[in-house]
Design a protein around this ligand. Structure first.
Ligand code: ADP
Length: 241
């Protein structure tokens, strides 16, 4: 299987403060990779760098294409998508309209000007994938917190994102919603590359196929859930010496 995301010496500095410090990381399609680490470890900055929101040095290749130095919209067009801790959906528009706009943004601005009478199959399929078919006509602002996250993930899917980086997707969710989200991510990760930044250790244990632990901007440990949990260096940063 092709190596999908490959970071090599990825570094982000803010006014001399190095938030991401020479990170090497490979994530294959089909993995459900969790990125964990204490607050301030550099997790969000790392996915910001891969998606082009902050400037970085070193290399971040996705599907063979170098992302470092490219603009945000170019990186998005290469199939890289991310969510934020607070879902960014159009609250007044329906679930379907949100997906339609996201699908249109992929095809270019022209398609937004054309009136559509038929729901494209892909949008319908995505509604089903993220479990929102029954809520297609509901204004996105009326969705529960978890459902908004699922809509946001759906928006990335119709944009044809093949690398999805999710920032704390289950924060604030009920146990049932977390479970639903985990199963959704498993389905998505079957043929796309998924990186999940998460603080919820139970969720990580239940769904991660591999884990990278960041600490002070560097990779501290990497492996299966069992391997990183057994790593004394990981226990030290979480529990103290
Ligand atoms: P995490 O997501 O692991 O909690 P962050 O990536 O948010 O960590 O932050 C890593 C470090 O970088 C923190 O010390 C944070 O204060 C710092 N940082 C993040 N963004 C900026 C910024 N725009 N300017 C200066 N420092 C920042």
């Amino acid at each position: 299987m092709a190596e999908y995301l490959e970071l090599s010496g990825l570094t982000v500095a803010f006014d001399g403060f190095v938030a991401v410090d020479g990170v090497d990381l490979s994530v294959l399609a089909g993995e459900l990779r969790f990125l964990i680490g204490p607050n301030g470890a550099g997790k969000t900055t790392l996915i910001d760098a891969v998606s082009g929101l902050v400037a970085a040095t070193g290399s971040a290749r996705f599907d063979g294409q170098e992302l470092v130095g490219r603009k945000v919209h170019r990186i998005a067009r290469l199939g890289v998508g991310r969510t934020f801790q607070t879902a960014t959906v159009f609250e007044e528009l329906s679930v379907l309209q949100n997906l339609d706009i996201a699908a249109g943004s992929r095809r270019g601005a022209l398609s937004l000007l054309r009136r559509r009478t038929v729901v494209p199959e892909e949008v319908e399929r995505t509604l089903d994938t993220v479990g929102l078919t029954d809520l297609a006509d509901a204004p996105a602002g009326t969705l529960a917190h978890g459902q908004k996250q699922w809509l946001e993930i759906g928006m990335l899917l119709v944009q044809d994102a093949r690398l999805l980086m999710l920032d704390e997707p289950v924060a604030g969710m009920s146990a049932e919603e977390k479970d639903e989200t985990g199963r959704l991510l498993q389905r998505i990760a079957a043929d796309r590359t998924v990186v999940v930044v998460e603080h919820d250790m139970d969720f990580m244990r239940a769904f991660a196929t591999s884990v990278t632990v960041l600490h002070a901007g560097k990779v501290l440990s990497e492996g299966t859930v069992a391997q990183v949990q057994a790593d004394p260096r990981v226990q030290e940063v979480y529990l103290g010496p």
